[in-house]
Ligand binder design. Structure first.
Ligand SMILES: Cc1cc2nc3c(=O)[nH]c(=O)nc-3n(C[C@H](O)[C@H](O)[C@H](O)COP(=O)(O)OP(=O)(O)OC[C@H]3O[C@@H](n4cnc5c(N)ncnc54)[C@H](O)[C@@H]3O)c2cc1C
Length: 227
């Protein structure tokens, strides 16, 4: 099964979560495109096996029993970032830090707050990740994705219904594949200085050298169940 794709069988999820916890996933796939994500869903659907979508695994608690079925990890093979005017268009597997760095390089301000959040664009949009007074909702112009049945979706900021650490991704049950961030022209040195300042503040407060999933609360949904 899944022979056309980059897939690991019985993948130990502890290797794919920042908490370094979690038993095996039956199949772990690393898609290269929205088309591959749709094709993986189609093949899993034909075989009747459940699908779970993850990013970097920095907000996931996977149980020792692991995850049955197919886990689609939108990360290492979908990391392109391109510029169009004042916008950066990032594939869902790009790290938020890489988008912030690309923005600084391009002299675009607005993403500095996200530079130290250790997740992907897809995970960040799902969670409306934020820090130091900013959140992805502030800079998101459009979110592109695919439904489990392969139908493309394209949502505006308003349609994304961003809230505190939440968005329409879960309710509408789609997979984020690409996000357009709308930024403002800024001074590259000032942008880099702000990023360094925020990262120094973060390093002071967070144990960056031990397994972690960031801050945690009882009411926070940290896992997308199979659908
Ligand atoms: C040390 C540390 C510091 C942190 N600091 C912050 C912080 O300052 N602010 C903050 O908001 N968070 C913080 N976090 C939490 C975490 O980094 C964010 O929630 C991040 O956005 C999660 O991204 P991820 O790629 O790791 O997603 P994952 O943990 O892999 O997944 C999170 C959720 O998103 C879903 N998902 C992932 N990718 C997609 C996709 N492409 N399409 C649809 N659904 C998807 C998953 O199913 C899951 O429900 C921190 C975590 C750590 C470990």
């Amino acid at each position: 099964m899944f022979e056309r794709f980059e897939v690991i069988r019985n993948a130990e999820m502890r290797q794919y979560t920042t908490l370094k916890l979690g038993g095996p996933a039956d199949y772990l796939a690393f898609p290269r495109s929205a088309e591959e994500i749709a094709a993986l869903f189609a093949e899993a659907g034909s075989a009747g096996i459940p699908v779970t979508v993850v990013g970097r695994g920095s907000n996931l608690l996977v149980l020792d029993g692991g995850i049955r079925g197919l886990v689609i990890r939108v990360e290492k093979n979908m990391r392109q970032i391109r510029r169009e005017g004042n916008c950066l268009i990032a594939e869902a597997g790009a790290m938020l830090g890489a988008v912030a760095a690309a923005a600084a390089e391009a002299g675009l301000t607005g993403m500095e707050f996200a530079s130290g959040i250790p997740g992907t664009v897809g995970g960040g949009i799902t969670m409306n990740a934020g820090a130091y007074g900013g959140e992805l909702a502030d800079v998101t112009l459009r979110v592109d994705g695919v439904m489990p049945d392969g139908t493309p979706v394209s949502l505006s900021r308003e349609e994304m219904q961003f809230g505190y650490r939440t968005s329409a991704v879960k309710a509408r049950n789609f997979i984020v594949t690409e996000v357009t961030f709308e930024l403002q022209p800024g001074n590259p040195d000032a942008i880099r200085a702000r990023m360094s300042e925020l990262n120094a503040m973060r390093a002071e407060k967070q144990p960056l050298n031990v397994p972690s999933a960031g801050s945690t609360s009882n009411g926070r949904k940290a896992f997308l169940p199979p659908h």
